[in-house]
Design a protein around this ligand. Structure first.
Ligand code: GEK
Length: 236
């Protein structure tokens, strides 16, 4: 279903929520809004194979409609693992349970701050940390690192901001231009931006790298970037 949530709305803009209205249009919304999203998902399954260990757990934190879990499961080569896909939006998890039947994926409706991470060879947060309150982010990353097996990895994708004002302005302009090319009008783009203010809180790449190093990861690097959207791998 096409995302028209912010088209010609006369109501005041409310803070963004992952409710049923968003769930109904989510695949269209994320594909038209996040640069490189389809590539991120398809390459995730290739990346996953490098890190997943036989008999371990894989966590997809903030799984939305399960795109990452499905890509990983479909790309698995001869390894057996259990995928735990968690999201705190009831509407998202209800949709996953209704539409995806895979004995290797367990869907959990809970805040990722409550999820116990153990025996993990791979943890993915694909555009989720940006919605976690800033003061909770350090503890969450430490918990993830502690729950990973040696050689295991976290794949962290985020919208990022830039200290360099010209760079920040250019990346935002390019992102908005891409959204226009994908059929959103200027009012829709501005309204969504307003709704996400203080809900999606981006940080700089340096802040992410520093936090990942401080959380106990040994080797941290960027594997994908498109405008103000980047994905990092952090290996324990
Ligand atoms: C994808 N990874 O398709 N606990 C659990 N879930 C949360 C929390 C939280 N505290 N906060 C937000 N979420 C997906 C896309 S979307 C990204 C991830 C986006 C969930 C929220 O309900 C939503 O489903 C997801 O994180 C973020 O690859 O829409 O920009």
């Amino acid at each position: 279903m096409k995302d028209t949530i912010y088209k010609e709305t006369s109501e005041p803009i409310k803070p963004f929520e992952f409710n049923q209205r968003v769930v109904d249009v989510f695949p269209d919304m994320i594909a038209r809004s996040v640069p490189g999203y389809p590539l991120t998902i398809s390459m995730m399954s290739v990346m996953a194979n490098d890190y997943i260990q036989e008999g371990s757990h894989v966590y997809d934190l903030g799984c939305s409609l399960g795109a990452v879990s499905l890509a990983i499961q479909q790309g698995l080569k001869e390894k057996q693992c259990k995928i735990i896909a968690a999201d705190n939006s009831k509407a998202m998890i209800d949709d996953c349970v209704k539409n995806i039947s895979c004995e290797h994926i367990e869907f959990v409706q809970d805040d990722i701050l409550n999820i116990e991470i153990r025996n993990a060879s791979l943890v993915v947060m694909n555009f989720t940390l940006q919605f976690i309150p800033l003061e909770q982010r350090n503890a969450l990353l430490k918990k993830i690192c502690q729950g990973l097996l040696p050689g295991g990895a976290l794949i962290l994708s985020e919208k990022i901001k830039f200290d360099n004002k010209a760079e920040d302005k250019t990346m935002n302009q390019l992102h908005h231009a891409m959204k226009e090319l994908n059929g959103y009008d200027k009012l829709e783009i501005a309204s969504k931006r307003e709704a996400l203010e203080n809900v999606l809180v981006p940080e700089t790449i340096d802040t992410h790298l520093q936090r990942l190093n401080d959380s106990g990861f040994d080797n941290v690097f960027m594997w994908l970037k498109c405008f103000s959207f980047a994905s990092l791998v952090a290996i324990k």
